[in-house]
Design a protein around this ligand. Sequence first.
Ligand SMILES: Cc1cc2nc3c(=O)[nH]c(=O)nc-3n(C[C@H](O)[C@H](O)[C@H](O)COP(=O)(O)O)c2cc1C
Length: 193
Amino acid sequence: MHQAKTKHVVGFVGSPRSEGNTDILVDEILAGAKEAGATVEKVMLGDLAVNPCKACYACRPGGKCIQDDDMTDLYEKMQASDVWVIGTPVYWWGPSAQLKAFVDRWFEKAGDKNDQAKTFKGRRIVLALPMGDTDPKTGRHIVGMFIDALAFVGADLFDSVLAPGAYDAGDVRAQTDIMEKARKVGKAAVEIR
Ligand SMILES: Cc1cc2nc3c(=O)[nH]c(=O)nc-3n(C[C@H](O)[C@H](O)[C@H](O)COP(=O)(O)O)c2cc1C
């Protein structure tokens, strides 16, 4: 009998706050994926060295990044997984600097057809976005950024979990509807459509 391959899910946490709202939301999405049979792992981007892009264009066309930092390991994780959970707090209506540095560095792989196919194509992405503001529209630029960026690299924005009104670390735990949604989205992201 044909057995579906076990899916692997990586959570990228762009908040420097361990056990903050981003971390909690990413954990909950990963827990849903695990419940549905996937293997999961989590990366705290703030604990790693991911330098900002220097715009030297050495990676283009078809070249390599001049920087030697943790991005090499992160690419391996991106390539070895089926689903990415990308979490960032809303900072000034945009993503955190840690998350933005990570995404800017995708430039290296996005310019080369083979690298692009290996790194991004077929990946499902779930966004996790806590914010202090009670209006979920506060997250719209981050969602908009990912709609365009993921379309550009051929990855699939599967769903977004927005958590307005989450300001202090841990606030999101009390938002049971959002926590439930996070778990459900995690499950759904590893199920075959
Ligand atoms: C530098 C900074 C900028 C922020 N800017 C915004 C903002 O523009 N809108 C908003 O709703 N919340 C803003 N916040 C609040 C955070 O989004 C909120 O505290 C969030 O829960 C933090 O996530 P964390 O617990 O994972 O660190 C900001 C917080 C910081 C530290």
